[in-house]
Design a protein around this ligand. Structure first.
Ligand SMILES: [Zn+2]
Length: 196
């Protein structure tokens, strides 16, 4: 951590900007919703440059949100849930969230513990349903639950092909490897009795 001449700026921060939905790094400190006082030292919010400027001009990103919604929007876990878990279908439940995704080590510890517990539960369910490790990898690659039927499989497959196809991404081929994994997983699963 290195402070520079911008007041409150911390370079090389790994925390995300607190503005809901923003994926920039939060390098600029702004007062949080709890002022320093009787209850303790107060807290801070961290914003990217654009959002700290907006914040300093009086824009309240959290207006109209309940306290719970604010905490959800600011939680590093919300990013993990939205990006790692739901957006990236290749992130199976056996892939624990990275420590670097969290600013609070306690969040990281509980998230990893939850991921392990989910993984264990999923392993038991797979065994009960006679799903072998190769099958399970294919389910995880597509982000499908074991209860999925033929129709759910096809819907998910076409959604992912659309998402990763270069023609749908302005010719960007960066998702090609993921697309290959999706196709392979689909071809694996569609031959299983569960999808016949
Ligand atoms: Zn931002």
């Amino acid at each position: 951590m290195k402070h520079d001449r911008f007041h409150g700026r911390v370079r090389h921060s790994s925390r995300p900007c607190d503005a809901p939905g923003c994926t920039e790094v939060g390098e600029f400190r702004a007062p949080g919703e709890r002022a320093p006082g009787f209850d303790g030292p107060g807290n801070y919010r961290w914003f990217c440059l654009d959002h700290v400027r907006a914040f300093n001009q009086g824009y309240d990103f959290f207006r109209g949100m309940t306290r719970d919604e604010i905490e959800r929007a600011q939680s590093p876990l919300s990013g993990w849930a939205a990006e790692t878990r739901a957006f990236r279908p290749t992130a199976g439940v056996d892939q624990a969230p990275r420590w670097a995704d969290f600013t609070d080590p306690l969040d990281a510890i509980s998230a990893r513990a939850r991921a392990r517990a989910d993984d264990l539960r999923k392993g038991q369910e797979a065994a009960r349903r006679g799903i072998n490790p190769a099958d399970r990898r294919a389910y995880d690659t597509l982000g499908l639950g074991f209860e999925a039927d033929r129709r759910a499989l096809r819907a998910r497959y076409s959604e992912l092909v659309r998402r990763y196809h270069p023609d749908r991404n302005g010719g960007d081929r960066s998702h090609e490897a993921q697309l290959g994994e999706v196709v392979e997983a689909y071809n694996h699963l569609r031959r299983l009795p569960a999808f016949s």
